[in-house]
Design a protein around this ligand. Sequence first.
Ligand code: CA
Length: 232
Amino acid sequence: MSALVLVVEDEAAQRQLLTEYLSRQGFRAIGLPDGAALRRAIGGEPPDLVLLDLGLPGEDGFSLARHLRERLPKVGIIMVTASGDTVDRVVGLETGADDYIPKPFDPRELLARVKSVLRRAGSGPSMPTGGRVRMGRRLLDLQRRVLVADDGTEERLTASEFDLLRLFAENPGRPLARDWLLEATSHREAEPFDRAIDLRITRLRRKIEIDPEHPEAIRTVRGLGYIFVPVR
Ligand code: CA
């Protein structure tokens, strides 16, 4: 089954151009005119990638990216921006988008980005099980479920701490919603004001960050949750 790509674009001609182009490239592309249509569409088959126009009537691309990221942690999101848009807010830490492309764009450039984001989003965890992942000043040993310091000393983790770090290790560079993290690691419904995740993150930052007051490995995504930024 080829990847499902939703194209959210209010200009009909542009929308048709994009869906036809992506269909010719072998994707299942569906065009949607606005945020309301997108919200309905993701109630069905979850898309692999959403091409999201920033300037839409009604709910804008920023808000929709956030909603998508909360509902579908693994979906790829490429924001399509007009020339006047401020792009420094667009990607990653602020909204949860994986990439952006400014209008007007070369279709081949778009295709390259679509493929690259799909590769990164993948169909599942990209980390080899049993490997070690660098997190700040420690290594997370996925098999032995411990943190390892550079001098080889090991620190034990509680089950919930390990579950949380594993989720970050499996989703490098992807903003993860607080509620989703809570559900995925504690197997219970998130309560609206539950700060359990924040407390666990604070504790984990003390264990892995070089400077826990200025975290580099597990960063806060304002209004959404957290992102693991791997060492490049
Ligand atoms: Ca538009």
